[in-house]
Design a protein around this ligand. Structure first.
Ligand code: GLC
Length: 437
């Protein structure tokens, strides 16, 4: 059994750390400007203009069954959709606002169809819910708010009551956690309570006290006791969520040093919402490496797609999902039910280990293909059998030293030398599956 013990979580994270790989979906009105989900903030877009997106939002090609099919094919086991992003627009039929999809040409509850489709494919269901809201009239204007630069911003801000907004959030979270069956993840986003040089004297950031986070979380847990909640309300819950950077070791609790349950979230191209003109798409190799790197450090990966405003996943995102599908079809055994390898196993250069939680199988991922031999220290006497994972073809090995013209090369009692085909197998990142004695 794996010797790593993580900090206890209030929710049920057992399935989560087994499954390792999920799909994030950022979808909202911001898919229409198609230049970042923060566009209302970045360009300080006036309400009259942003209202055009509401007026014309018509995802006529929305087919969540197709999204779910692609997610499943990519090997993703759970999914998290933006039910409301910072723009405040609700993708579900809420009683507490008119600013919702049912009042646009979309005319229906998009969250409902999403839940049904992904659940039918057997994925665990998550809701992203933005704590920030740039539409709600009671949400005080702050340094991130699109109205911050208006000449009368301070006046506009007068009388806004964050307590009313906190209540609105509780009402909506109640809707989300009662009307759609079992919900596995609630992904709040995000807090920024520390003072900032960009704050005008009358502005302040927002954090757990503003959200009344304790109440909000207690409410969520009362409705869905097993639910996994992230840390971004500013109250520690189940998961730590490094974003747009890749941890290179298991994430630890700042004060106690304990290992924590963590999930890196990443994009294909930089922004989360659909961004038409973005050119910074990650290479296929990078995508697979991100997933492997994550699991090799005991974490999960939540990989984002930003569907178009017509409701489909565009060809670039589809290709990127296809990269995962091709690789996971044959190699998912090194991901599901796997974690960081025991400390006795040190991966050689350009390689990453993962290990099954039961300790029986070790997976050696070859990031840079090493030519015909691969020496691994610390393995001698421990290997029972080895094969490539993608085709179950035997990988032969010797212990202690090379046997073939190996003079002058290092000899180490604890070394195993794998004999590999000189040419890289047809697989983006080949994996050697090692059955331990
Ligand atoms: C951020 C951004 C956001 C995105 C999220 C995903 O905090 O505000 O646009 O939804 O992270 O992790």
């Amino acid at each position: 059994m794996s010797s790593y013990v993580t900090r206890k979580t209030p929710g049920d994270t057992a399935w989560f750390t087994h499954d390792r790989f999920g799909m994030f979906i950022h979808w909202g009105l911001y898919a229409m400007p198609a230049r970042h989900e923060w566009i209302k903030n970045r360009e300080c877009i006036p309400e009259e203009h942003y209202d055009k997106y509401f007026k014309y939002f018509n995802p006529d090609l929305y087919d969540p069954k197709e999204w779910a099919r692609q997610a499943k094919a990519a090997g993703m086991k759970y999914v998290v959709l933006t039910t409301k992003h910072h723009e405040g627009f609700c993708m579900f039929d809420s009683k507490y606002t008119d600013y919702k999809c049912t009042n646009t040409p979309a005319g229906r509850d998009l969250v409902r169809e999403y839940v049904d489709a992904f659940r039918a494919e057997g994925l665990h269901i998550g809701f992203y819910y933005s704590l920030i809201d740039w539409h709600h009239p009671e949400f005080p204007i702050d340094r991130l708010h699109p109205r911050r630069k208006d000449p009368d911003a301070e006046q506009q801000n007068q009388g806004r009551d964050i307590r009313k907004y906190a209540e609105y959030m509780r009402n909506q979270v109640t809707e989300l956690l009662t009307n759609y069956g079992k919900i596995d993840i609630l992904w709040f986003d995000f807090s920024y309570s520390r003072p900032d040089p960009n704050d005008l004297p009358w502005m302040k950031g927002k954090g757990k006290d503003d959200w009344e986070a304790e109440k909000l979380i207690a409410l969520a847990r009362s409705l869905q006791p097993d639910i996994i909640i992230d840390n971004r309300t500013e109250i520690e819950q189940d998961i730590w969520t490094p974003e747009q950077w890749q941890p290179t070791e298991w994430v630890r609790h700042k004060e106690t040093g304990e290992l924590v349950t963590w999930e890196a979230c990443q994009t294909f191209s930089g922004s989360w919402g659909y961004y038409r003109d973005e050119t910074s798409w990650k290479s296929p190799e990078m995508l697979i490496r991100m997933l492997v790197n994550t699991v090799s450090c005991g974490g999960n990966l939540l990989m984002n797609v930003g569907p178009t405003a017509r409701g489909y996943i565009d060809y670039r995102a589809e290709e990127a999902l296809g990269v995962f599908a091709d690789w996971m079809k044959y190699n998912s055994r090194s991901i599901y039910g796997c974690t960081q390898a025991e400390p006795e196993f040190k991966a050689p250069a350009d390689c990453r280990f993962t290990q099954s939680v039961d300790g029986k199988r070790l997976y050696l991922h070859l990031f840079a293909y090493p030519f015909a031999h691969l020496q691994v220290r610390g393995l001698a006497g421990k290997v029972d059998y080895a094969q490539f994972l993608h085709d179950a073809s035997e990988v032969k090995y010797t212990e202690g030293k090379m046997t073939h013209f190996g003079e002058g090369l290092p000899e180490n009692e604890d070394m195993v030398v794998f004999q590999l085909p000189p040419v890289k197998p047809h697989c983006l990142v080949p994996v050697i599956e090692i059955f331990l004695k």
